[in-house]
Design a protein around this ligand. Sequence first.
Ligand code: ADP
Ligand code: MG
Length: 326
Amino acid sequence: MNYFRILAFLLIFSVPQIVSGQETRYSFEKGLMGSPFKLVFYTTSDTLAKRAADNAFRRVEELNEIMSDYRDGSEINRLSAQSGSGKWVPVSKDLFDILAISQDISKKCDGVFDVTLGPVVQMWRHATRKGTFPSEQEIADARSKTGYNKMKLNAKTRSVLLTQKGMRLDIGGLGKGFAAEEALKELKKLGITSAMMDAGGKIVMTNPPPGTEGWNITISNGSDSLKTIQLANTSLATSGPTYRYMEYKGVRYSHIVDPKTGIGLLFHVRTTAICDGGTISDALATAFSVAGIEKSKKMIKRFPGTKVWLVERKGEQVTEWSTLSR
Ligand code: ADP
Ligand code: MG
């Protein structure tokens, strides 16, 4: 997982296409948070388009400064460093908001989604780099420092208490969705209301392109099956082991960890979640992946309006569950 490493600072400004009346289609791309961030929107002037894209990407960079687990000085790492001190630490609105959403999802998902998995994620990252497999003891030690109930939030004072020493927060499971959602708010401030941000498979959309019913989004089951759907004013996130996994002695482990075992998922899941909100759709794609098809069928009831396409691979056996057409 190289979630918050900024891979490239490439800003691509494509030739705009005039579409309807005065509205022109613009697209920009920038490497942020370890993924390509692609921004498409419709507006009336090159100057406004450039300003909008700059503001949107600047907002993502600002969030990366706060939430990157790769920077020692990031706000999230400074907060983690105070774990076990008994202190309530005041935090920025951005950090508080993302932790509050995470906590709510953890509660509704019986902990399959958990931003306190940092020690376990760090252990796997280290093992992947070294090509080793952690011992049972190491896994147990890392797991003992996790648990969403050990993260306390006080909305009145906007502060956080991490009750145990050695805790470490990791918002890799929902950070890109949060950033995509926040980036589109910057466009709205400038009056741009037909827009789409694709943050490495975490897609947030406002109104459809002028004269159309929606944004055409193609999703896949990870191999042979593709679906194109038209969406607007919603969010879609896909999670899957396409790029990020660890292979040890011929066995592939996902970078998505089951909090109950502290080990990366062994059955390979590709999950697409569609719902209102980039942060929630990103978190749910991760959460449904951990829960698997059977548990997800129950879990989805706690998230009205959510649609999901879940593909599980256990060896040669592929099982799918989809609520997309409902
Ligand atoms: P990606 O961003 O790679 O598409 P996800 O949105 O599914 O994937 O997030 C995976 C990341 O979330 C991991 O790299 C790790 O930082 C974190 N993570 C892993 N397992 C969990 C989990 N069970 N709950 C919450 N976050 C997790
Ligand atoms: Mg996710």
